[in-house]
Design a protein around this ligand. Structure first.
Ligand code: DX5
Ligand code: ZN
Length: 221
């Protein structure tokens, strides 16, 4: 199982995003949090910003849509050529249809669940998705505390992925730090979003390397 570290630019300097993505070239992808002030009580940016980030980023883009009406809007992000588009099942009426449209546009398709949402129905349809995102905070803001109660959801997802023998990435997002990444890795996550733990550090490469080493240590045992 490979470990992927994906810093979230939510905690980066929004006035200097090209430089900010340039600072995380040793990461596997840049996690881009799109928020609409409707699905979540916060507002970030939309497709034009994602398009420019895609053009200047040294590493692939992992887009996390925290927006309502994913059925209508998600495919437009995939059409920008990003590596991955993840939408929330709570915001989609036809998650499988949205995932198929994302794939047809050339991106990996991810589904995300808020802490209060059951992931089990989607574990029966794993061939339709490339990534499962288990939110480990309530979506909307960086810098919140990791919700330990989500570890069982991660472990159940890992068991389902392994049983199905599919190559679906299992991502966690929210409160991931050197203190919490080992528990998430032990539960079976392989793809780790970290906002404040990376952009809040003085040495970003060292923060990325530290997170990676901690998760890999757990996966080896
Ligand atoms: C929260 C976002 C996260 C956020 C994580 O809604 O989806 O990606 O940036 O930030 P930290 O790592 O600080 O919890
Ligand atoms: Zn996110």
């Amino acid at each position: 199982m490979s470990v992927r570290i994906e810093p979230s630019i939510l905690t980066a300097d929004f006035a200097n995003l090209e430089a900010e993505v340039g600072r995380i070239a040793t990461a596997d992808a840049v996690h881009v949090d799109v928020m609409d002030n409707n699905f979540v009580p916060n507002l970030t940016f939309g497709p034009r910003m994602v398009e420019r980030l895609q053009a200047v980023s040294p590493i692939p883009l992992d887009v996390h849509l925290m927006i309502s009406d994913a059925d209508r809007w998600a495919v437009g992000y995939a059409e920008l050529g990003v590596m991955s588009v993840t939408f929330h099942v709570e915001a989609a009426t036809d998650p499988v249809g949205v995932a198929r449209a994302i794939r047809a546009a050339g991106s990996r398709a991810g589904v995300a669940v808020k802490p209060g949402t059951d992931l089990a129905p989607y574990l029966e349809n794993l061939a339709e998705f490339d990534q499962l995102l288990v939110m480990t905070v309530e979506p909307g803001f960086g810098g919140q505390g990791f919700m330990t109660g989500m570890l069982k959801k991660v472990a159940d997802a890992r068991a389902a992925i392994d049983a199905a023998g599919v190559d679906v990435w299992l991502q966690v997002d929210g409160g991931i730090s050197l203190e919490t990444i080992e528990r998430a890795a032990a539960a079976g996550a392989d793809t780790f979003v970290a906002g404040s733990a990376v952009y809040g550090a003085d040495d970003l490469d060292a923060a990325i390397a530290g997170l990676r080493a901690a998760a890999e240590r757990v996966h080896r045992h």
